[in-house]
Design a binder for this molecule. Sequence first.
Ligand SMILES: [Fe+2]
Length: 335
Amino acid sequence: MARPHIEPFCDRDVPFKPMKLKGFGGGMHYKMLSLDTDTGACTMTVKLDGGYAQKPGFSWSELELLVIEGELQVGDKTVGKGHYFFVPAGHAMPAWRSAQGCLLLMMYNTGEPSLVESDTHHPDARTDRYHETDSYNDIPWALGNVTKPNVASGCLIKLLNFNDRSHALTFLYCMTPHFWQDNISYHDCAEESYHLWGDSWMMQFGTVPTGGYFWRPAYINHGAFASELGCIALGRTDSKLFNHFHYNPWSTVEENQARAAARTAERDPLLYRWIVQHGHNHPHGPEDFEDTMQRIGGSRKYRSVQPDKNKPFAHSHGQHGQHHHGDDKAHDHDH
Ligand SMILES: [Fe+2]
């Protein structure tokens, strides 16, 4: 199974444990933030003691790394707070040292933490995907509109990595002081965040402080949002990010899934029919709760023709019904 829902959680509430896995140097300590127990993929806060030293080597897993505090020497280069590395599986890193010690966020994406001593890359490593940046100094903040509809103004991002196959994202985000956004979100992807500094607040899970963390599977409601003093955080998604916004705090994961599918059926009807309906000419997409929920002034569907809820696959044939075929075609109700 994938990683479970972890929220609310703050790494300041748990102690470091010594890292004992083969290959890593002595003086490495970790806090496990989330773990996929099938693959070993995980996110950890890691503390390296002053004087830490690690031999050159590669991991069997893809690794993302952000320096939270302190300085780390990677080969000849000294990097500090905010430095980000994307290291493909099998890509050999030079020796590490930390004279004064440092705090890192380490994300092993495809397998458990590992370090194989080597000064050359594995022959199958996708070395072209390696990149690093001083994210605090070398990237300007941009509007949070990497996806539409987008977050409220005052939530800004720095894009750190984009997976061109899955559209998974890694980014820094900040909320300006007194940021607020009054709607509720869910996504078709898992979402992860580590608060590097500051606080933010969500209606469902309360205040996320410095060191606050969540791994949130898809379709779980979160928001409204607010931040009193502002915050800076590292965020990730495991696939394409789309903001499903709404104002129904009671909708369930199943209702959110159905609504997401209904929106796919509306937006990409041919794709939806091919994948889900297998060519079967049935007019009924899944239910979008916003189309049928009771509300002041009446729901969208109640304003046209009220469906008969007692009949399976009951639906409106009114002009706003969700039909995925030309109106000249007969409906096929054979299953
Ligand atoms: Fe979100």
